[in-house]
Ligand binder design. Structure first.
Ligand SMILES: Nc1ncnc2c1ncn2[C@@H]1O[C@H](COP(=O)(O)OP(=O)(O)OP(=O)(O)O)[C@@H](O)[C@H]1O
Ligand SMILES: [Mg+2]
Length: 315
C-alpha cells in the first residue's frame, strides 16, 4: 500500500494512530458547541453501501423543513445521489462541496435551493473522487470541512459582503445534514470531524451488527483524535420488513446493544421511497401519504424531541 493510501484511509481494524492526525486537533471548539447561532451538524454515515443514508438525509431533511426547521444538506458523496434525488441537475452544480472542501469556495456560495421550501443543498460532483489524494499532503486535512463550517456566517455576526451571505444570515439553518459516501475514507472523516453527532441508518440484515460495531469503533477513534464533541445522535432502522423474521431479530439485537440510541421510529421497506429519486423528488413530496413518508415525518418529530431534551440538559 503506498504512503498516501496508508495515511488517508481509516480502517476500524487499524489502531487509532492510523487516523489522520492534524496539527491542531480541534481548533476553536467553543465556536462549534450547540447554540442558536449555528446549525446542529449531523453526519449521516455508515460505511456499508445502500443502507439508506441518502434516503434518510433527503427525507429527514424534507420532514424537518416541513415542520418549519431550516435545513441544509451537504452532499459529500461523489455519487451525488442526494443532489440528484433533490432534483439538482449536473449543470446546476457550478460550485460544489469539493470546492468548499479544498477551500476554493465559501459554503454560502455553493448553496442551491431545492423545490422544498426551507431545504437547500450544497451539491456534489465527481470531483470529490480526487479530493482524498489532493488533500493527502495538505495541513489539517481532516479539518477541511470543520474549517469551512467555522467560516460560515453566523446569526448576528455577519460581515455581509455578498448576497449569498446576506441570505444565509437572514434565515440561518437549524440543521446541517451531511450525506457521506459508503466508506470510512477522508471525506467521511472530514464529516465526522466537523459534526456534532452521527446519525446511523442501519438496514436490518445479517451483517448489520458487525458493520455497526466497526463504525462505532471509528467514531470512538475520531473522538479521541480529531473531534471530542462527536456524539452518537441515533441509529435509524431502515428498510424494515415486517414479514422477515431476521429483520425483527436484528432490530431487537441492536436495541439491546444500544438502548435509547436507537430511534423508536422504524423506516419500513416501501416501494414509493425507491421510486421518488428518479423523479428528483423526496418521497415526502412524491407521495406524502405512503408508509415511508409517514415514517420519516415521525422520525423528524422524534428527532426534534430528542434535540430539545439535549438542549434542556445542556442548559
Ligand atoms: N425504506 C426504503 N424502502 C425501499 N427502498 C429504499 C428505502 N430506503 C432506501 N431505499 C432504496 O435503496 C437504495 C439505497 O438507498 P440509499 O441510496 O439511500 O442508500 P445509501 O446508504 O445512501 O447508499 P450508498 O452507500 O450507495 O450511498 C436506493 O435505491 C433507495 O431508493
Ligand atoms: Mg448515498
Amino acid at each position: 500500500m503506498d504512503q498516501i493510501e496508508k495515511t488517508s484511509m481509516v480502517d476500524a481494524a487499524q489502531p487509532a494512530s492510523s487516523i489522520p492526525q492534524d496539527k491542531s486537533t480541534t481548533g476553536d471548539d467553543k465556536a462549534l458547541l450547540p447554540s442558536t447561532d449555528r446549525p446542529r451538524v449531523l453526519v449521516v454515515a455508515n460505511q456499508k453501501g445502500g443502507v439508506g443514508k441518502t434516503t434518510t438525509a433527503i427525507n429527514l431533511g424534507t420532514a424537518l423543513a416541513a415542520v418549519g426547521e431550516r435545513v441544509l444538506i451537504l452532499d459529500l458523496d461523489p455519487q451525488g445521489n442526494a443532489s440528484t434525488g433533490l432534483g439538482v441537475g449536473r449543470n446546476e452544480r457550478k460550485i460544489s462541496s469539493y470546492d468548499v472542501l479544498i477551500g476554493a469556495a465559501l459554503i454560502e456560495d455553493a448553496i442551491v435551493p431545492t423545490k422544498v421550501p426551507g431545504l437547500d443543498i450544497v451539491p456534489s460532483t465527481m470531483d470529490l473522487l480526487g479530493a482524498e489524494l489532493e488533500l493527502a499532503t495538505v495541513q489539517r486535512r481532516s479539518h477541511r470541512l470543520y474549517d469551512a463550517l467555522a467560516r460560515m456566517p453566523r446569526n448576528g455576526k455577519q460581515r455581509e459582503t455578498s448576497d449569498a451571505e446576506r441570505a444565509l444570515t437572514a434565515r440561518p439553518y437549524s440543521y446541517l445534514l451531511i450525506d457521506c459516501p459508503p466508506s470510512l475514507n477522508l471525506l467521511t472523516i472530514n464529516a465526522m470531524t466537523a459534526a456534532d453527532a452521527i446519525l446511523v441508518p442501519l438496514q436490518c440484515e445479517f451483517f448489520a451488527l458487525e458493520g455497526l460495531s466497526q463504525l462505532l469503533r471509528t467514531v470512538e477513534r475520531v473522538k479521541t483524535t480529531l473531534n471530542p464533541r462527536l456524539d452518537i445522535q441515533g441509529i435509524v432502522l431502515t428498510m424494515f420488513d415486517q414479514r422477515n423474521k431476521l429483520s425483527d431479530q436484528v432490530a431487537s439485537d441492536v436495541r439491546s446493544y444500544l438502548g435509547d440510541k436507537v430511534y423508536r421510529t422504524v423506516i419500513p421497506r416501501n416501494v414509493r421511497i425507491s421510486e421518488a429519486p428518479s423523479y428528483g423528488k423526496p418521497a415526502l413530496v412524491y407521495d406524502h401519504r405512503c408508509a415511508g413518508s409517514k415514517a420519516y415525518m415521525k422520525l423528524a418529530a422524534e428527532m426534534i424531541q430528542r434535540e430539545r431534551a439535549l438542549r434542556r440538559n445542556a442548559a
